[in-house]
Design a binder for this molecule. Structure first.
Ligand code: FES
Length: 112
């Protein structure tokens, strides 16, 4: 089968360093090549890494990861999203965009 040519938007993009991710269990890059990205997890459990676009689908505030509750919470009007980006509490109605994430050497990389 034919596979589409690789373009910049489908390549793995570096979001930050493994050291910064492991420090707090999350890594926010608001100016990555694919827009704002929030990665959650640590390099010790690479298979559990989660990456989302943290822009709230309600009115565009940046959501925060609440590790204990295991959800993303918007500071503006209280919308909540599950770790997979699905809406758990209104006023948001659309899910957060999610990305594939992995560790590559000392870098945390994600792909659209
Ligand atoms: Fe996030 Fe309104 S902008 S709940």
């Amino acid at each position: 089968a034919c596979s589409p040519a690789q373009t910049a938007s489908t390549d793995w993009q570096t979001i930050g360093t493994v050291a910064d991710l492991d420090k707090s269990g999350q890594l926010l890059n608001e100016n990555s090549p694919i827009g704002p990205v929030l990665v959650v997890g640590t390099s010790k459990a690479q298979e559990n890494l989660v990456a989302v676009n943290p822009t709230c689908t309600h009115k565009g505030c940046t959501v925060a990861w609440k590790a204990q509750a295991k959800k993303f919470v918007c500071p503006c009007h209280g919308a909540e999203y599950g770790i997979d980006g699905t809406v758990q509490k209104e006023p948001a109605t659309k899910p957060l965009k999610t990305y594939a994430a992995k560790i590559e050497g000392n870098s945390v990389v994600v792909k659209q």
